[in-house]
Design a protein around this ligand. Sequence first.
Ligand code: AMP
Length: 370
Amino acid sequence: MTVIKLHDQYFKPYLSEEEILTAVKVMADKVAADYKDETPIFVGVLNGAFMFVSDFLKAYQHPCEVSFVKMSSYAGLTSTGIVETLLDVSENIEDRSVIILEDVIDTGRTLQELIHMFSNINVKEFKIASLFYKSEIYKGEYTIDYVGIEIPDKFIVGYGLDYKELGRNLREVYQLNTKHMINLVLFGKPGAGKGTQAEFLKEKYNLKHISTGDVFRFNIKNNTELGILAQSYMDKGDLVPDEVTIKMLQDEVEKNAEASGFIFDGFPRTTAQAEALDKFLATKDMKIDATIALDANDEILIQRLLERGKVSGRSDDQDESKIRNRFDEYNQKTAPLKDFYEAQGKFHTVNGIGAIDEIAMRLGKVIEEL
Ligand code: AMP
């Protein structure tokens, strides 16, 4: 089982087919212990319970009848509170034992409607069997008679349950991925060691590393439209225009929507980019958790970059005047982001001078304390 996407949302595996079927069998056995000597009427609640009803009946090998009601109180991810009854059970149920088969009971509104519906009919016994039960949020007075699996208050799909009508045919149950992500911004001048440290952090915390500089270089190498556009700026050590960079960054995040978090390296570099990033992440129910600056002085950085330029062949690392221009760009456009993130209480600084693993430890300490 892997993360799946339905419409615009991601869902992670929650219950396997085997776990569900085991719970269904246990329920059927319990009901059988109480009703096998009569012929109860099982009333499935459509649409969500169709799969549960089917497996329940396969596990319930005693005389019984089956009928359905159709109700609905969900629109998308949230319960609307409006319960519609679309099909009524009315015939032949007086003096019979009725057992409602529900897929999930959460607040209990649907259940209340069902209880109300049956309160006018003189049934012998009225019982509720729910495969899933969100006890944390159940507000009803009725005590559920048979419960399959108690689940937390998280939106689930699969095994009959849908998200905007998709996912009903899944054999397993998935939970909405409300992502306990860590999203980090690595901050610091060119040469501060952002890329080096990102390599270490991405392994340790299972994060996706997005380096805007690397993405630009990849595009330049492959001669894409974006690469051709970015090259003239990069060659001079200037920043690529915001709208181009922001769009590219958004594409990178969307391509990796399954990631358990991101390390943004070289982005944001302007206040406009930082604002766009916050806004964009909010649309994905995500946020920046911390911005960590790697601190080092200019003379050390220039030495590092010139060394790196010899090895990598990066032209912007080989010429001191271009490096100084990148520092000027940083001081003018990027340094003000310190205030931006400090105002949000997210700015941290670590000493970026020392051995790579020493610096990694300093970063790790900041992250652990988040
Ligand atoms: P880097 O590898 O992060 O040092 O980036 C190399 C170059 O790519 C920079 O000097 C800019 O020309 C360009 N670049 C990278 N990230 C950005 C960004 N967030 N905004 C604008 N330009 C960028």
